[in-house]
Write a protein that binds this ligand. Sequence first.
Ligand SMILES: Nc1ncnc2c1ncn2[C@@H]1O[C@H](COP(=O)(O)OP(=O)(O)OP(=O)(O)O)[C@@H](O)[C@H]1O
Ligand SMILES: [Mg+2]
Length: 338
Amino acid sequence: MSYPLSTSHFPLPTPHSPLPTPHSPLSTFPLTPSSLLTFGDLCVDLILSGGDVVPQFGQVEKLVGDYTLEMGGSCSIFACQFARLGLPAAILGRVGRDSFGDLILARLQEAGVETRFVSVDPALKTGLGIALCRQDDRAILTYLGSITAVTPADVTDDRLACAGHLHHGSYFLHAPLRPHIPSIFARARRLGLTTSLDTNWDPADAWDDRWDEILPLVDVFLPNEAEALRIAGEHHLPAALARLHRLGAPLIVVKRGAQGALLSQDGQILEHTVAPALAGGDAIGAGDSFDAGFLAAWLRRLPLPEALRIACACGRSVAGKVGGLAGQLTWEQIQNGY
Ligand SMILES: Nc1ncnc2c1ncn2[C@@H]1O[C@H](COP(=O)(O)OP(=O)(O)OP(=O)(O)O)[C@@H](O)[C@H]1O
Ligand SMILES: [Mg+2]
C-alpha cells in the first residue's frame, strides 16, 4: 500500500522565525532552527552475548561468549547520531560521579554533542542496563539512577530557547517527567521550537495517556509499529494511523524493524523497505538512530521520501552492529551513499 507522496520541500508546521532572543549565557549553544535539544536518559549498557546468556539461580556459574560496555539510553544514542549527521545537538541531564558517568560524557563529546547541560551529581548512581542477547531476542535488566534524573524544573525557558527543535525519546521510561511533557512541549512551541516524540515501549504495558493533548503538540511522531498499535488501541496499522491522526498527530513515522518503515501525512502513506542488516548485530539503538536520521533530514527540509530513506539507512547500519553507537553513519557517509 504505497501512495505517491509529494517530493517537494515540506512546510514546517511551526514557523521557525522569529526565534526568541537569547537572554542567558547558555545561549551560546548554536541557535538555529536545526539545533536540537533532548533529555538525557543517560546510562551505560552492559551487553552480554554468545553462549547461554540465560542466568540460572542456585549459584550456577555460566560462561558467556562476549561483552560490550557502551553508552545507552534512547535520547543519548539519538543525540550522538544527530550530531554525527552534522547538526548541533545538546543534551540535558545528570550522571553520577563514577566511571560510568565519565564514559557517557566521553562518548557524547566524541560524537560532538554539547554537554554543558549535563551535571555530575555525586548523590546519584549512573543508570545501568544489562542486556542478555540471543540471536533472535534480548532481555534487559535496568537500574534507573541517572536515566530518570531530569526534573521538570531543569527544563527552563532559557534552555529550551537555545534550540530550534525539542526531541523526547524516552517518554514512558522517564516517568517523573512524563506528566509534565504536554506543558513542556507547549512551552517549547511558544518559544518557536518544533517538536518530536518517540515514546518507546511502555514498561507497564498500559499505554493510556492524554494523547489528544500530547499529539497535537508533536510535529513528528516516531513510534514503532507495535507501539503505534497499542497507543491507538487498534489491531491493524491503517486503523491505528487514522486514529493517531484524529488524536492530532500531523506526521507519523512508523519503524518496522527488518521490514523498514513508513510515514503517514495528509492521507498519504509512503513505505520504504530495507535490505537485511549485517549479521551479528543486536539492533540496540536502531530506532533511536533512525529517529535522528529522519529529523536531521527533516530539519534540513529535505523531501519526506529522502528523509525516510536516510532514517532507514541510519537504523539499518546500527542494527548490524553491537551496541547503540557502533554503526552510526555520518552526514558525509550519507552524502556518499554510506
Ligand atoms: N534487522 C534489520 N535489518 C535492516 N534494517 C533494520 C533492522 N532492524 C532495524 N532496522 C532499521 O532500523 C529502523 C528502526 O528499527 P526498529 O524498527 O527496530 O526500531 P525500534 O523498534 O524503535 O527499536 P529500538 O529498540 O531501538 O527502540 C527500522 O525502521 C529499519 O529501517
Ligand atoms: Mg524504539
